[in-house]
Design a binder for this molecule. Structure first.
Ligand code: DX5
Ligand code: ZN
Length: 226
């Protein structure tokens, strides 16, 4: 399999929200992207942060923001995150009736466009849309909460996406999100993922930067052996 060097994206959902800027700086030199989970208490039962926090945090770090919108009506809200300087804005397939149009709007607003597939959604109907996207986020849990157990059977979707991306020579990151840690990242990398979100595994560690480096090493080795 041809897979580019891995992206490690710590999720601030597991950080201390009273010290967000410090928590971000703790991974600044080790991470590639900063994963920002936006939840609206409608698309998912949980409620987290929104645009004002992203705008404030944007000035506090150089890390590219990987914004994961777990919200209804992403057409209305997603472009605002691109305008706020997000590097990548991912919305859920389940929440959007015209994903290609929204991807076009996000790219026009200067961001990369990401499509997220939740636990119970098959990947096949979306494979032909992938040329319109820069990232595909395959949930490896049910979206909504950090700290859940990784579901290895969802890696079948990663394998299907990787075959499709390689066969079509698409430039697309395949990202996994949920339960990614030292004991799960290798199987995700071997399945063809090349971007890895990790919340608890990074911010639950004594040294978050070291945790990022360790995850990177494991992903690199697993990808090389795949
Ligand atoms: C959950 C979020 C994840 C979450 C992952 O719906 O999308 O990004 O932060 O947390 P961990 O790594 O703890 O499973
Ligand atoms: Zn996420």
């Amino acid at each position: 399999m041809t897979v580019p060097p891995p992206i490690i994206a710590p999720s601030i959902l597991a950080a201390d929200f009273s010290r967000l800027a410090e928590e971000v700086r703790a991974v600044e030199d080790a991470a590639d992207w900063l994963h920002v989970d936006v939840m609206d208490n409608h698309f998912v039962p949980n409620l987290t942060i929104g645009l004002p926090v992203v705008q404030s945090l944007r000035a506090a770090t150089k890390l590219p923001f990987d914004v994961h919108l777990m919200i209804t009506d992403p057409h209305r809200w997603a472009p605002g995150y691109a305008d706020a300087g997000a590097y990548n804005v991912t919305f859920h397939a389940e929440a959007c009736d015209d994903p290609v149009a929204l991807a076009r709007d996000l790219r026009a607003a200067g961001a990369r466009a990401g499509l997220a597939i939740d636990r119970d959604t098959p990947i096949e109907p979306y494979l032909d849309l992938l040329p319109s996207f820069d990232t595909l986020l395959v949930m490896t849990i049910k979206a909504g909460f950090g700290g859940q157990r990784f579901l290895p059977q969802l890696l079948d979707k990663v394998r299907a996406a990787r075959r499709h991306v390689n066969a079509g020579h698409l430039e697309l990151r395949i990202e996994v999100d949920g339960g990614i840690a030292a004991d799960t990242i290798e199987q995700a990398a071997a399945a063809g993922a090349d971007a890895f979100v990790a919340g608890t595994a990074v911010y639950g560690a004594d040294d978050p930067a070291e945790a990022v480096r360790r995850l990177r090493g494991l992903a690199e080795r697993a990808a090389a052996g795949a």
